[in-house]
Write a protein that binds this ligand. Sequence first.
Ligand SMILES: NC(=O)c1ccc[n+]([C@@H]2O[C@H](COP(=O)([O-])OP(=O)(O)OC[C@H]3O[C@@H](n4cnc5c(N)ncnc54)[C@H](O)[C@@H]3O)[C@@H](O)[C@H]2O)c1
Length: 325
Amino acid sequence: MSKNILITGESGFIGSHLLRCFINKYPDYMIHGLDSLTYASNRIFNQELEQKNNYKFHKIDIRNRDEVIQLFEIEKYTDVIHLAAESHVDNSIENPLIFAETNVLGTLNLLDAFRKFSNGRFHHVSTDEVYGDLKINDPAFEETTSYSPSSPYSASKAASDHFVRAYYRTYGIDATITNCSNNFGPHQHREKFIPTIIQSIIEGRSIPIYGKGENIRDWLYVQDHVGAIDKVFHEGASGATYNVGGDNELTNIDLVYKICDIMLNKGYCSGNPRKLISFIKDREGHDLRYAINSQKLNIELEWAPKFKFLDVLSSTIDWYVDYLK
Ligand SMILES: NC(=O)c1ccc[n+]([C@@H]2O[C@H](COP(=O)([O-])OP(=O)(O)OC[C@H]3O[C@@H](n4cnc5c(N)ncnc54)[C@H](O)[C@@H]3O)[C@@H](O)[C@H]2O)c1
């Protein structure tokens, strides 16, 4: 086996897609998946992969330093792709502590184990939310934009990014970081925005939208994010950060309208689902707009999103209608 890679957060939304991609695309790599199987995980999607001879799963909590160090000592990973995290902004407002424990201290445990036992690359999967938010006419975030996180979630991700860079500078580990915009696609936990809208429409319940739905997000199909991680992990410059985005800004209300219209046209609901929209009290510290400039990734590594937004939004809706029924 040419590489022995640990993918953390393998049973989560993005991790499940990345895991499948790496196991199938790189049969000469040994892929180990790690996950503590929190409420946000869904191992069912990965169970079919257990027949593959280049895959092994470990149920480990990255907050447990001894278990993390012991795992690296035994398995001698060459590389790490780190996705395990508490990922829901609303939960971080209710309970910030676990975000610091998993996203910051858990990342430190992995970095220390990596530093002692690995000689390949540590790729850290992060978010555009570390940059804070933008006004309507501001230019999109670049890799040089200062960090200004708004929520406990984005603060914890920002801290973990800083630790990865500090380990690159201080201990000379080979590290890369990607900061990506909002992902969508199959396997996402139903607490997240798009699955919540789809489920509300299927059940004929009200569709909750913060404030007036004017917040703007950039949406990227999860397989495009996986493609970007694959590129940066294999070809990115050591110590570099790359922004990943879909160049696809939408207000929340426009996104909801698009989903309503697709579901109405496909006959997934009786009556016009737009009537279910219900505006609720805005989230504390709610960022107005995120927009991400991925030119560096595009120019240096020739990455661009491949999927057409409306096509994959439509196939994502089909997937959830089937999964949730
Ligand atoms: N979803 C997005 O839109 C998005 C965008 C940019 C970056 N990211 C980042 O990508 C990564 C994956 O995001 P996701 O949407 O797949 O999240 P997710 O919540 O779906 O999955 C996270 C996984 O991490 C696991 N996990 C949580 N705490 C753990 C712990 N202490 N030890 C071991 N495993 C633990 C969970 O069980 C879960 O399977 C995160 O680091 C997130 O910050 C996500």
